[in-house]
Design a protein around this ligand. Structure first.
Ligand code: ADP
Ligand code: ZN
Ligand code: ZN
Length: 729
């Protein structure tokens, strides 16, 4: 009888190959299930090369076990990625057609990915030294360090408490430590609860939401729709309090710009337990500590941005996704996951409820609610809030425009400044290929086959459809009104800022966009500096929410047409979400607000529906349009992107990839066509679009097709990637 082969360790490595790698256990050890989920250091590649991987399975090797190299070291005693988390990550790798090793690496904080040991998660605090006590008794120069010194006279303070009171406390503590006045110590025992603020009595809509959560058991999804100020966060807080009382952990996902010190402070003061933050602005060590504290069950609540969806939840009780429609939940490089979708996958495997909150839910979530998969509750506008602003549509057809700004818009800004108030000039989108519009009648160039605008390329000499790749020559005159005033739409925020500066040379002005706000808290700082004096704000998406601006009374939106007529079928949804959000910015205090929408399409059904029926009406309209056009959520898409220094290499790869695709009735493949930004950073960029009415055939086709692309010769001259459920087409 043949001897059963010794099992080997099957290791997932962070390399772009869709397979596991077999290793022998170190001499004297055997490969058992206790290895699964543990990190290992293994030899890899030529010479001294090594990698950190995670054991994803054990089993017989197809290769000769004797020929396998042994693992150099096992880095974890207990599995780091175990149970539900490992299962969810396997699901992620399958769904996004990504190598498991890369998914696991993405899920881990950087220090752990690099093989470092789990950090210490004990609670630390600060106390004064003898010298510090003496210094406190004497005189000293006032300043932040001095104030911290005086606070430490009577008590040792935990770092979580310090963090809560002052986000910049570390600099002060370091200054004191350097002068030998204070020292960092480990605090024993359970964290002291912070003083907790009282919970208000719930309003009826909020009570309904909580009873849905309290009545049920196991996985279920609550879609909570309500404008800013309607009390969604209050529902999260009470649901989290229930979760904590049941001895369970809660994970709260917030969009990139939603994770402000104010948000954290509100959670901390209400919940009475330490609330950990997790976002890209933290040092690697802090991220690893937060992640590990959740893994050990020491931390009970974590509030974080997109990547926090991968944090371990051994005692999970609740997941909240705030502003679930927000675009920042979709990762746009590497593993292109959607954090909201992964939150749902995890909650279902964990058997816990999810709350998806938004003023303007995504059409995907509304569709799920209509299908009966989610409970959908709406919270009403709070009484006593400022009146909603008046909204006016500015018809700019045939009117002179200055850098995209109409005279009426400039006049309204001038009047606002004269009243001593603040105006926001808001640019809908930036950086995308423009669409061709007739300035006299509003006609725009559309693809004959797709319900989408064509975009202008090669300096205005070509029109291209981003859905089917169709090409056309731009007409010389408007087909509808024969005007010669055809122009590509889309002035950037810098041009708008310049035009405003020329017109209002004495006005205070600040621009807020991706360039001016690279740092996490930059918006908060810019807006705090801008203060309450009269002036003009110019910006993009980023200004749509956050920080209160009580003296902001005018919001003027330009670039509305790019949302109404765009190659991106989601542009209308994004525009509606944005208009609801920015409108909420005007006139929040006692001053009445006004919103101006500058457009060539004053009669567009989307705008009229929005004005008459608000977001629910627009969402219904757009869902009907998506269904008719067979776009998501009524279809499922995937995008194969490629970029190369030369157009020819990029095209050659996409054409060969297309040829390798085994045609089938239930999956379509369009392209090659240019990416929305056809050139970026010196690279020619193109794509193939795949889609299907059902997920299963699309995924089966991808599963078949992708391995064959790996071996294409032309693939060596391009960078390519697959985007499942792409959000930027
Ligand atoms: P959202 O998250 O929808 O913007 P919040 O939960 O932040 O709304 O509520 C807006 C404001 O109303 C907050 O100041 C909050 O403290 C207050 N609030 C919320 N619910 C209640 C309630 N039931 N009773 C009294 N005040 C409430
Ligand atoms: Zn025209
Ligand atoms: Zn088309």
């Amino acid at each position: 009888m043949p001897v059963a082969p010794e099992p080997v360790l099957r290791v997932a490595l962070p390399v772009p190959l869709p397979r596991l790698f077999d290793y022998r256990p170190p001499a004297g050890q055997s490969a058992g299930p206790d290895w699964i989920g543990c990190r290992v250091r293994v030899p890899f590649g030529r010479g001294e090369g090594e990698q950190i991987g995670v054991v994803a399975g054990i089993g017989p090797s197809e290769a000769d076990p004797e020929a396998l190299k042994p693992v150099q070291a096992r880095l974890d005693v207990e599995p780091l990625l175990g149970g539900e988390l490992l299962e969810s990550l396997r699901w992620t790798a399958g769904y996004y057609h990504a190598p498991l090793g890369e998914v696991l690496a993405t899920a881990m904080p950087a220090t752990l990915r690099g093989g470092q040991p789990l950090p210490e998660t004990a609670r630390h605090g600060w106390r004064l030294t003898e010298a510090g006590q003496q210094a406190a008794a004497g005189h000293g120069r006032d300043g932040k360090p001095r104030r911290l010194l005086l606070r430490l006279v009577a008590h040792v303070l935990g770092e979580d408490q310090l963090e809560q009171d002052d986000a910049d406390w570390r600099a002060s503590a370091r200054a004191l430590a350097q002068r030998g006045l204070a020292e960092r110590i480990v605090l024993a025992g359970a964290p002291e609860p912070a003083p907790s603020a009282a919970a208000p009595t719930l309003m009826p809509g909020q009570a309904d939401a909580l009873s849905v959560l309290r009545a049920g058991q196991g996985f279920r999804t609550l879609l909570l729709e309500g404008v800013t100020g309607s009390g969604k966060t209050e529902v999260y807080l009470q649901a989290i309090a229930d979760t904590l009382a049941a001895g369970r952990q809660a994970l709260v996902l917030v969009p990139e710009i939603g994770l402000t010190p104010q948000t954290l402070a509100r959670f901390r003061s209400r919940l009475g337990v330490p609330v950990l933050a997790y976002h890209s602005g933290l040092a690697d060590g802090e991220r690893a500590r937060a992640w590990t504290a959740m893994a050990r069950g020491e931390a009970r609540v974590l509030v974080g941005t997109r990547s926090a969806v991968f944090c371990p939840l051994p005692e999970a009780g609740l997941i909240v996704v705030d502003e679930e429609h927000d675009g920042s939940y979709k990762q746009q490089d590497g593993i292109r996951y959607h954090a909201r979708d992964l939150a749902l996958v995890r909650a279902s495997k964990l058997g816990v409820p999810v709350i998806l909150g938004s003023a303007t839910p995504s059409l995907e979530s509304l569709h799920n609610a209509l299908q009966g998969r989610y409970r959908h509750l709406r919270l009403g506008q709070r009484a006593g809030k400022a009146r909603p602003p008046s909204v006016r549509v500015l018809d700019v057809r045939k009117r002179p425009l200055r850098d995209g700004l109409s005279e009426e818009l400039l006049a309204a800004v001038g009047a606002c400044l004269d009243r001593g108030e603040q105006a926001l000039v808001f640019k809908n989108r930036r950086g995308y290929a423009p669409v061709l519009i007739c300035h006299d009648c509003g006609w725009s160039a559309h693809c004959k086959r797709c319900d989408a605008a064509m975009t202008v390329h090669t300096g205005g000499r070509r029109l291209i459809c981003h859905h089917c790749g169709a090409r056309a020559t731009p007409p010389n005159a408007c087909p509808d009104c024969a005007s010669l005033a055809l122009m590509p739409q889309g002035a950037g925020t810098e041009r708008i800022e310049q035009a405003l500066a020329e017109r209002f040379p004495d006005a205070r002005m600040v621009r807020v966009d991706r360039e001016t706000t690279r740092r996490r808290d930059a918006i908060e700082k810019i807006l705090a500096d801008f203060g309450e004096q009269s002036g003009i704000l110019v910006g993009t998406q980023m200004l749509a929410k956050g920080h209160d601006l009580p003296r902001l009374t005018l919001v003027a939106v330009v670039g509305v047409d790019e949302g109404l007529f765009s190659a991106d079928f989601r542009a209308g949804e994004k525009l509606a979400q944005l208009l609801i959000q920015v409108a909420g910015r005007a006139g929040r205090a006692e001053l009445p607000g006004e919103v101006l929408l500058q457009t060539h399409h004053p009669d567009h059904p989307m705008l009229n529906t929005l004005l008459a029926g608000g977001y629910p009406a627009v969402a219904a309209l757009q869902l009907a349009e998506r269904e008719a056009a067979a776009f998501p959520p009524y279809a499922h898409l995937a995008l194969l992107r490629a970029e190369a220094p030369t157009e020819a290499d990029m095209q050659a790869f996409l054409r060969e990839a297309r040829e390798l695709f085994a045609a089938r009735d239930d999956v379509f493949l369009n392209g090659p066509m240019p990416a929305p930004m056809a050139r970026r950073a010196g690279m020619a960029r193109g794509q193939l679009l795949l889609g299907a009415a059902q997920r299963a055939p699309l995924h089966a086709a991808l599963h078949d097709w992708l391995p064959r692309l790996q071996v294409l010769k032309s693939a060596r001259r391009v960078r390519w990637s697959l985007d499942v459920d792409p959000t930027d087409l």
